[in-house]
Design a protein around this ligand. Sequence first.
Ligand code: ARG
Length: 389
Amino acid sequence: MLLLHFQTPRLNWLFLIKRYKSTKFEIKPEVLATLDEGYAKLRSSNSNSLLKKHLTPEIFKSLRTKTTKSSTLLDCIQSGLANHDSKCGVYAPDAEAYTIFADLFDPIIQDYHCGFKKTDKHPYPNFGNPCVFGDLDPFKHYIASTRIRCARSIRGYPFNPGMTKKHYDDVEDMIHCTLSKMGDEFKGVLHPLFGMKKSIQRKLINDHFLFKPGDRFLEAANACRYWPTGRSIYHNFDKTFLVWCNEEDHIRMISMQRGGNLGEVFSRLLRGIRGMEANIPFEYHDRLGYLNFCPTNLGTAIRASVHIRIPKLASDKTKFEQIAKKYKLQIRGTHGEHTDAEDGLYDISNKRRIGLTEYQIVRGFCKAISEIIQLEKAEKGKTTSKNSK
Ligand code: ARG
């Protein structure tokens, strides 16, 4: 009896140690060799990525052999090593990477998010009253459509590179099940990519509803495994609220509509987020806010954008870039990231997503777009008065 008492806890300990050992990640020599080779090539390249800028030889040396429970430095930087034209070049393979590889992520976060320092703390979520934002372009002269999207990861699930086929299916089911319980304005259809007709896929992409497959930055980050398993798009019947499942992040919620009514778009997004978070726990970090795969999507993970035509301002590239810098905006092409503007239609959004509340981000964006429209009007006025002289 005494022996038994003595032995049981000891056995438990052995069991726990074994478990701990089996969950600890062993870094393989091939991984180190690939890292060294890739890093040397990056250093001698003319890449302008934040990865190249901030992964100094000292930081590389100190992080080279570090691991989280399931990832290495290579998992964080392989996309930037394979794509020297990356703007950022890093992804967090799991939530823990933001802590273990903080010496790399923190300066990149500070640089991308306009000065959010490693000693700064993201404020608690606060959407304010979204109805205060009205229509940015009531006469419909400039803005074709308005969109706000928000990225979320599900607590307890690995990010893309660590997901199994089952994880992908589970996440898709969880999202679909939650949406089916939400209010009438969210009732709609789920389109799984698996077996989707090419014509439907093309239409959804052209209408700016669906993500494009074959993103080489994500592929190199090992984020497209088992594609198209678990990848789908859900939209309400009005096509004003959309959810992307398992693209770059587990969840992307999107509120969008034609014209410039930012208040309506933001209010709907908030109702959508509330409905989803009532059933799904999101990954939240005390200092960094909502955590997602790419360090460009932390904090609020909110991206507010308009599709806008401002031919006068856009014709002067330097001025256009100066304006974007001044208002902390990002300019993309008509079909989003890494695309060109077609027919003078630009996608303009907030760049910074962390360090401000949701309300502050949307308010800043609203002010910036209103001022841009005023500037465009003023430029137009100049040419009309010149012509009438
Ligand atoms: N990894 C890509 C790059 O560095 C995309 C970065 C931001 N965009 C994104 N969808 N996470 O250019």
